[in-house]
Design a protein around this ligand. Structure first.
Ligand SMILES: Cc1ncc(COP(=O)(O)O)c(C=O)c1O
Length: 463
């Protein structure tokens, strides 16, 4: 146990939490008889809770966020100094860290040139939806306003981003949703909609074109996609997919919006997920790993061509992007993001992510050889998933409660892993792993050894 955590002193904290905090995405009934978990300290990839128990965090703060690990003194110092010097002014004016971070980010994103600051992934995605709609009003007689999103993808929690959710369990009971959003089919070859075909990637991309043609290309403004789908099942794109998607977007003058909220800033072993696939996006949104959870910051990054569209009529008071985000002006965000980026470069964390990601995939494939319940293993960098099935031939998903039992068993053994949840009915069956980019070989081996034992306990013997 960590000497710094004193459970007795923390008892009032746990009581206050139980009495007054409404937790995110959590059923509270069990807290009538048991304590909620309260984490009180973190160092590197390790966490301690209020009861003094230690955990290895294999999901970077639960939701792919703490990319550079816990307890980073230099980020805390950078934020502190900035807050004392100049904490806030609305981003209608500039800030020193805001300008510096934008310049550094753009260096990593050839072809893009403008950064718009906000606070959350949802908010950044909504900014793009607004930009696309305003372009439609000003340049396409209001027609090219529709936004396509993909089955199984997720883009946020607000009503408009839920309207772009390919995960029905997120949006159910929150309607009526926003009009103008249209779904395209997923690209998960393991559950091919077309049977076992050659060139699945091209076929899945063509399915997007079918939707564009059905809706009318002159009504479709943008296509919003995750480069690698996260909460919908860790779906790495099939070969040939992205080249064809790019071609289709060009052909129909559909702007391409890449949601890098999970993949961005190193998670996949490159700065951005789209950079693995030769994509040339019109918009990139990012949030979680931008400042690794040390401050709230999200960004929309776009091209000069898009930016220019909002300068073309300075005499028209409605012609520019009339959007504001109060805390998009908080200087803590870019101050933390600058130091976060410096750490990734100085410590070679992109390289580490590729190397440790390969190890994690290798270990998961070994587990797949031993456990019949692992139907498929997918991932890139430190962003991996293992899909659990009842039967490898039919690929029928494992029951969600048993998948959750594996997660609970790992937790009881001191390792925090995740699983897709409240996402796709009947398909919440993928274990999710996203350790911090600082993970070592022994951390990775410890995570997969724990999963090995948990699978054995929940699903019985190996084969
Ligand atoms: C791909 C993706 N986009 C957007 C979001 C929404 O981000 P936020 O929770 O910061 O609003 C998430 C959150 O998990 C996400 O996974």
């Amino acid at each position: 146990m960590n000497a710094r955590v004193r459970p007795a002193e923390l008892r009032p904290v746990v009581e206050a939490d139980r009495a007054h905090v409404w937790h995110h995405i959590t059923q509270h009934k069990p807290f009538e008889t048991q304590d909620p978990r309260v984490y009180v300290e973190g160092r590197g990839m390790r966490l301690w809770d209020a009861a003094g128990l230690e955990y290895l965090d294999a999901v970077s703060g639960g939701v792919w966020t703490v990319n550079v690990g816990y307890g980073r003194q230099s980020i805390a110092d950078a934020v502190r100094e900035q807050l004392l010097k100049m904490n806030y002014f609305s981003n209608s004016a500039g800030s020193v860290p805001g300008a510096r971070f934008a310049a550094q980010l753009i260096e990593k994103m050839p072809g893009l040139s403008r950064v718009y600051y906000a606070n959350s992934g949802s908010e950044a995605n909504e900014k793009v939806f607004k930009i696309v709609r305003q372009i439609a009003h000003r340049h396409h007689q209001g027609r090219k306003y529709k936004i396509l999103y993909r089955e199984r993808d997720y883009h946020g929690t607000t009503i408009a981003t839920l309207s772009a959710s390919g995960q029905p369990q997120r949006s159910l009971q929150y309607g009526p949703l926003t009009p103008g959003f249209v779904e395209v089919p997923h690209c998960l070859e393991y559950h091919s909609q077309y049977g076992p075909i050659a060139h699945y990637g091209e076929r899945a991309a063509d399915a997007i074109e079918d939707v564009i043609l059905r809706e009318g290309p002159d009504t479709v403004g943008a296509l919003c996609l995750e480069p690698v789908t996260a909460g919908g099942g860790v779906i790495t794109p099939p070969a040939g997919y992205w080249e064809r998607v790019q071609e289709i977007c060009r052909r129909h003058r559909v702007l391409l919006h890449i949601d890098e909220v999970v993949c961005g800033v190193g998670r996949t072993g490159k700065w951005f997920g789209y950079q693995h696939y030769g994509i040339r996006p019109d918009f990139v949104t990012m949030a979680k790993g931008v400042a690794s959870g040390y401050a709230a910051i999200s960004c929309v990054v776009t091209t000069e061509a898009i930016f220019e569209l909002f300068k073309d009529d300075p005499g028209d008071p409605l012609a520019y992007f009339r959007d504001i985000s109060t805390f998009g002006g908080c200087a803590a965000g870019p101050a933390a993001a600058l130091e976060n980026m410096r750490i990734i470069e100085a410590e070679g964390l992109l390289e580490n992510t590729s190397a440790m990601g390969a190890r994690l995939m290798g270990n998961l494939r070994e587990l797949q050889e031993r456990h019949a319940v692992i139907g498929d293993v997918r991932g890139i960098g430190l962003f991996c998933g293992a899909e659990l099935v009842q039967d490898r031939t039919t690929r029928q998903p494992a029951e969600e409660k048993r998948v959750q039992a594996v997660v609970a068993e790992c937790l009881s053994q001191g390792v925090i892993i995740g699983a897709t949840n409240r996402s796709i009915p009947g398909f919440n069956n993928t274990l999710c792993l996203s350790p911090a980019l600082i993970a070592t070989a022994s951390d990775i081996d410890h995570i997969t050894a724990t999963i090995d034992r948990a699978l054995e306990k929940v699903f019985g013997g190996r084969h």
